[in-house]
Design a protein around this ligand. Structure first.
Ligand SMILES: Cc1ncc(COP(=O)(O)O)c(C=O)c1O
Length: 385
């Protein structure tokens, strides 16, 4: 039986694009590690000519991710950054992009240190205040680019409201949905035109491969991105496509645990006397908790908290045992990191401080280990402060 679009999320994650192999009945999608395909005659082939252009394992992953985000098509790339690069390559010199001011550090690095050399213009605003978006739009603005919740300050942008502005002004709204995954947030349904993910994170879920995807609401964007895959070649390899296909089968189950444990850990940190502040949209005290409940169906497992100083952060990070000190997020294991020196080290101190990333800020990606072990580990590490 081939599941229809009307099936539930977990069913689609397991079956859409992941139909049994027609040749053998294998229940997992085969990995096609081929560069080329034998053709029957000039202009006659089985739909595949060369793997930079299309590959059957990649096609299956693209079908799967398009279904999960509710898009018409998806295009996968070698990393999240390669996917974001492809999105801005749809623009041309002289075009302007309005961006959130609290994005993953690699995104403004690409925009400011690479793409401006090609004539693109970017401005950065706090998209948590919707009216800032309208104010930042210029004659040459073509795109609005947001992350919600943001990395690492966990600020939210109202996607339905920003989507309405973009429709009125005929701008493309791009949403990086890496933190929530399509399980908890569906930006296309809220009015976005393009959704990007670092599949390296929750979609893969096992910290064993890099990848990126762009999911499109409109076929014209999907066609342009397919052309960019063919032209610049930053595509995801068949093996890594297969790893994401395998990971995504358990996305719904994993996200449920991530969310449950995220709430418990955030609550624990909130009550801890050594912790100065906790940034987690699931806390009733989060200033945008009401928006989080409206726009997301869960709160996920990304939490940032303030230990007060670099010295304190360092003391605690040296002591963690269950939590692993490292960059990245969204894996089954709990990862803990220090944004000021790791993910956001490259944006400069002034920009960092302006968005509230202090020296004592620590970011957690709560994994799916037993939550009591995670809390106990944080408890013993915080004693070092
Ligand atoms: C929110 C977000 N977007 C994009 C990226 C870039 O993805 P990748 O590391 O797969 O290139 C990251 C990486 O940490 C991220 O956290």
């Amino acid at each position: 039986m081939t599941p229809e679009k009307t099936h539930g999320f977990a069913t689609r994650a397991i079956h859409d694009g992941q139909e049994p192999d027609p040749l053998t009945g294998a229940v997992t999608v085969p990995i096609y590690p081929t560069s080329t395909y034998v053709q029957q005659a000039i202009g006659e082939n089985k739909g595949y000519e060369y793997s930079r252009v299309t590959n059957p394992t990649r096609t299956r992953l693209e079908q799967n991710l398009a279904s999960l985000e509710g898009g018409v098509a998806a295009r996968v790339f070698a990393s999240g950054m390669a996917a974001i690069h492809a999105v801005v390559c749809m623009l041309k010199a002289g075009d302007h992009v309005v961006c959130g001011n609290d994005l993953y550090g690699g995104t403004p690095r690409l925009f400011n240190q690479v793409m401006t050399d090609f004539g693109l213009e970017f401005s950065y605003i706090d998209t948590a205040e919707t009216e800032n978006v309208e104010r930042a739009i210029r004659k040459n603005t073509r795109m609005v680019y947001v992350e919600t919740p943001t990395n690492p300050m966990m600020r939210l942008s109202d996607l339905a409201a920003i989507g309405a502005i973009c429709r009125r002004k005929k701008l493309a709204l791009v949403v990086d949905n890496t933190f929530m995954s399509p399980y908890f947030q569906q930006p296309l349904a809220l009015g976005a035109d393009l959704v990007v993910h670092s599949t390296t994170k929750f979609l893969n879920g096992h910290s064993d491969g890099l990848g990126g995807v762009v999911v499109c609401a409109r076929q014209e964007h999907a066609d342009k991105l397919a052309f960019l895959q063919k032209s610049s070649g930053g595509i995801l390899s068949p093996f890594e496509c297969w790893l994401v296909l395998r990971g995504v089968k358990t996305l719904a189950a994993r996200m449920e645990i991530h969310d449950r444990s995220g709430r418990i850990v955030a609550d624990y940190l909130w009550k801890h006397d050594k912790v100065k502040a906790v940034f987690y949209p699931g806390l009733a005290e989060h200033p945008q908790h009401a928006l989080a409940k409206r726009q997301m169906s869960g709160f996920g497992s990304m939490i940032s908290f303030d230990t007060g100083s670099l010295k304190n952060a360092n003391k605690m990070l040296k002591k963690v045992r269950v939590c692993s000190l490292g960059e990245s997020l969204g894996g089954v294991e709990t990862l803990i990191s220090h944004p000021a020196t790791m993910t956001h080290g490259g944006i400069g101190e002034k920009a960092r401080r302006a968005i509230g990333i202090g020296d004592g800020l620590v970011r957690l990606s709560v994994g799916i280990e037993d939550v009591d072990d995670i809390v106990e580990d944080l408890d013993q590490a915080l004693k070092a402060i």
